[in-house]
Design a protein around this ligand. Sequence first.
Ligand SMILES: Nc1nc2c(ncn2[C@@H]2O[C@H](COP(=O)(O)OP(=O)(O)OP(=O)(O)O)[C@@H](O)[C@H]2O)c(=O)[nH]1
Ligand SMILES: [Mg+2]
Ligand SMILES: [Zn+2]
Length: 291
Amino acid sequence: MILVGRIVKGIGGFYYVSTEHGVIECRARGKFRISNIVPIVGDYVDVETQDLKDGFIVDIHDRKNQLVRPPVSNVDQAIITFSIVNPDLNRLQLDKMIILAELNEIHPVICINKIDLVSEDIYMPMYNLYRKLGYDIIATSKYDGIGIDKLKTILKGKTSFFTGPSGVGKSSLINCIHGHERQEIGDLSEKLNRGKHTTRNVELMPIDGGYVLDTPGFTSLNLDIDEKDLKKFYKDFQEFEADCRFNSCLHINEPNCGVKSAVENGLIDKTRYANYLSLYSELKANRRRKY
Ligand SMILES: Nc1nc2c(ncn2[C@@H]2O[C@H](COP(=O)(O)OP(=O)(O)OP(=O)(O)O)[C@@H](O)[C@H]2O)c(=O)[nH]1
Ligand SMILES: [Mg+2]
Ligand SMILES: [Zn+2]
């Protein structure tokens, strides 16, 4: 018989496909509707099986989207996780990741973890800033369980992946949600000293009608857009762009720039703007290197 399912894990040529009759161990076979395509975790597939234990993937359904690292498809949202301290939250990386998600049409959710380590006045200004910008943002701690219920609500019925630098607590938060230890948690000092990542497996874990995916932390992040398009991702700039003298204003050193005056008048967050400038230079330098 043929069943429709979803690949939740892949190891050494085997694919584990979750179906209404449980998880079936599959190999890929034959020609797929779209040729030259390799099944990846997240794919919705047709499975041919006799005994509901083993089977063959005979077709892959069209993907809504696809991440390269890790290779996974059909994701709804990115839980962009940072710790407020230990390691310190890097606002430039945060803004970069938001843009990266939006570029791939993945809904970004910001998660500020380890708030047990600081007082409210350290993280609330930032929390309020991003909330005002219209982003979904939560503050969490694995120790006192703050924000965990909110996180659960956000994950319900969706396919989400956790992303963020190493050691910020992505695996720890997933464990909190499950209520038991599943993900490997690395000792932070070990990670910082040797740059060791603990999380390696690409696996969709079922949670409340949806799935979560843990990913290993990264050290650097590449954004591949034209620097002139960068401003489109800054919705906090948009209402002031009408005051720019030039339509093509990039808000860098043009005269009579509405965005720059808004920064000077405290209407746009200074760090957001400063990071916009750094990111702009970075993108420009990357492009020059390429051609
Ligand atoms: N104080 C505090 N420590 C936390 C919290 N969450 C995680 N940690 C600690 O931070 C360290 C790293 O946690 P992990 O969950 O392994 O971090 P990760 O983001 O999965 O790291 P990678 O897998 O390397 O990307 C561990 O020592 C955790 O115990 C938290 O809410 N508060
Ligand atoms: Mg981890
Ligand atoms: Zn301008």
